[in-house]
Write a protein that binds this ligand. Structure first.
Ligand SMILES: Cc1cc2nc3c(=O)[nH]c(=O)nc-3n(C[C@H](O)[C@H](O)[C@H](O)COP(=O)(O)OP(=O)(O)OC[C@H]3O[C@@H](n4cnc5c(N)ncnc54)[C@H](O)[C@@H]3O)c2cc1C
Length: 305
């Protein structure tokens, strides 16, 4: 089946793009992947998406976006893309169920936070465990927080969290921090921040909410319980770009390389959202980029005619 636009991903970026392309009368297919609705399907309160002054639950917001994204004629299939051929014209996108042809493609397959891989961490996600200070920091007013990580991302998250938390403890498993000198100094100089080296988190403690963590000294092996009300894991993100490798430019961090916001290294292939954004990683920015990618693809398609 041939489409004007195939959109890979059904988070805020993909669904916003679909709303725009289908309203522009482009035959649009959304390949939703394993998580229709994207990352916000696994969170509760979203307080920073415009238009919802009382806040909104993540799944409710995404349910509305799915309705709006498919309302103007886009087709949505819950299929996962396994491979793409961007050298062929039209472009070929193969899923577990079939192969689709697209005159243009919008890549909006998002990114996943890297986690520590602990069962207790996963059990307490959204109950004190988070990977996004911008999203969840506000819920930790006056609380004590542990930030896990040693790079610039971890320092940034920790510094941001000092606006809300009474104390922030950065736990890093190694002897040296990977963060830049300036970020490290800012964190070290901050009166609310304490930094622990050679310290890994081996368990998150608590039943219905975070009550502490179990630290392990990575040099001596000694373990101790540490009281905290929040755990922010800041050990990086993994953009979902495996399937595009060799097909278009991917930067050294694994994100789709872009020029001019949405334009990839292959003409006719556009991108939006967390899959090319290591900087903002917000629902509203992903939606904004989805709109931009849709407009860019529509203009590109018009030029081809
Ligand atoms: C727990 C949590 C809480 C958050 N809270 C907030 C918040 O309060 N406010 C805020 O602004 N942001 C928040 N964020 C961040 C926000 O969710 C993301 O910035 C946003 O979802 C990115 O949108 P996206 O469309 O780029 O990608 P995603 O939402 O990641 O969606 C990616 C989509 O791609 C699909 N996909 C992936 N691989 C394939 C494939 N091979 N084939 C087909 N489809 C594929 C997935 O199924 C999914 O539908 C939160 C994130 C998390 C994890």
């Amino acid at each position: 089946m041939k489409y004007d636009v195939i959109i890979i991903g059904s988070g805020p970026a993909g669904l916003t793009a679909a709303m725009y392309t289908s309203r522009a009368e482009l035959k649009t297919l959304i390949l939703a992947g394993a998580t229709p609705g994207g990352q916000l399907m696994i969170t509760s309160d979203v307080e920073n998406y415009p238009g919802f002054p009382e806040g909104v639950q993540g799944p409710e917001l995404m349910d509305k976006m799915i309705k709006q994204g498919t309302k103007f004629g886009s087709e949505m299939k819950i299929e996962t893309v396994k491979s793409v051929d961007f050298a062929s014209k039209p472009f070929l996108v193969a899923t577990d169920k079939g192969t689709y042809e697209g005159k243009s493609v919008i890549i909006a397959s998002g990114a996943d936070a890297r986690w520590l891989g602990l069962e207790s961490e996963q059990a307490l996600r959204g109950k004190g465990v988070s990977a996004c200070a911008t999203c969840d920091g506000f819920f930790f007013k006056g609380k004590e927080i542990v930030v896990v990580g040693g790079g610039d991302g971890a320092m940034e998250e920790a510094l941001f969290l000092t606006k809300f938390a009474s104390k922030v403890t950065i736990a890093h498993r190694s002897d040296t921090f990977k963060a830049s000198k300036i970020m490290l100094k800012r964190a070290k100089d901050h009166q609310k921040i304490e930094m622990l080296k050679n310290t890994s988190v081996v368990e998150v403690l608590g039943k219905d909410k975070v009550e502490g963590v179990k630290f392990k000294n990575t040099q001596t092996g000694e373990e101790r319980d540490f009281k905290t009300q929040g755990v922010f894991v800041a050990i990086g993100h993994k953009p979902n770009t495996e399937i595009y490798k060799g097909q278009l430019e991917i930067n050294k961090l694994g994100y789709v390389e872009v020029k001019n916001h949405t334009i990839t290294s292959v003409e006719g292939i556009f991108t939006a959202g967390d899959v090319n954004d290591s900087r903002y990683r917000q629902a509203v920015t992903a939606a904004g980029m989805g709109c931009m990618a849709a407009i860019d693809s529509e203009r590109w398609l018009t030029k081809q005619e």
